[in-house]
Design a protein around this ligand. Sequence first.
Ligand code: UFG
Length: 327
Amino acid sequence: MAILVLGGAGYIGSHTVYALCEAGREVVVVDNLETGHVEAVHPNARFYQGDIADQPFLTNVFQKENIEAVIHFAAYSLVGESVEKPLKYYENNLCKTRAMLETMVANGVDKIVFSSTAATYGEPERVPILETDRTQPTNPYGETKLAMEKMFHWTEKACGLRYVSLRYFNACGAHVSGNIGEAHNPESHLIPLILQVPNGKREFISIFGTDYPTFDGTCIRDYIHVTDLAEAHILAVDYLLQGGESNIFNLGNGVGFSVREVIETARKVTGHPIAAKEVERRAGDPAQLIASSEKAKRVLGWNPQHDSLEEIISSAWNWHKNHPNGF
Ligand code: UFG
């Protein structure tokens, strides 16, 4: 029996496929390669290029392969773009997932683990954030992910399909092999943008806002290594295969670092002075996002291994310095 990974050529998807293959699992990958990279797909996985909303295509994959569960990463994830083009996000993240879900149900596959986000919470009421805290997204990206969660909830009631929603905080880092890493175009995430400076692709890193109510005035985030996220997906699939009920889990380290701390750590790791420029706040950024991942630890037995920021940035640097232009 195989695990079907939708979006398995993307950043978190490809790391999860690596982890599954390294654990000796049988893996089938579907990706339309719009934002993914075929080079990121582990050689042991069977790869089908196509769109998750293409029902004849996906039906063919379900018929050819013996799929026991699905892990779904196929979505757009740029917060800023989602504000400018909300319908693009509703179409891709929600409508295409709806079509995919219909195909899953029609083919009798009833277990799915999927990517959600800290953006479902919006401005948090308190930190660390619990799964039961208020969900009030401040952008269409977060709204589409929250709507996906609700769609799965109601589909479970009607069809018995079980799901696990994983709400990631700030995914970062790269696989220890150096073969795969983060390669977004355009890049919008802090750590890869910082590393563009020592790579000679950017003169300085902008610090978006220095007047937040935090200890050094810059935003605080919970940075979680992509390999630890990958591990959580395997645990979540096994939890569903063992009969676990539908559930939602935060995935983060439970420790926050400020933008200034991240830049300082990158200077230490790379040995480069990394020029920084203080600029205006970026719209929609909450001051602090820190996860409580106690539930994932307790229920799934998740135990993140890479909680040092230095280790996370070292692994990212190992990838970016050898792949300055991505794949
Ligand atoms: N930042 C800068 N300069 C930059 C880029 C980012 O100062 O050039 C700051 C941001 O303002 C923010 C922090 O660095 O305070 C992290 O920003 P990222 O864009 O790397 O990540 P976000 O926290 O905005 O976004 C992450 C995930 C999203 C998810 C969101 C939840 O990447 O997918 O958390 O709020 F939606």
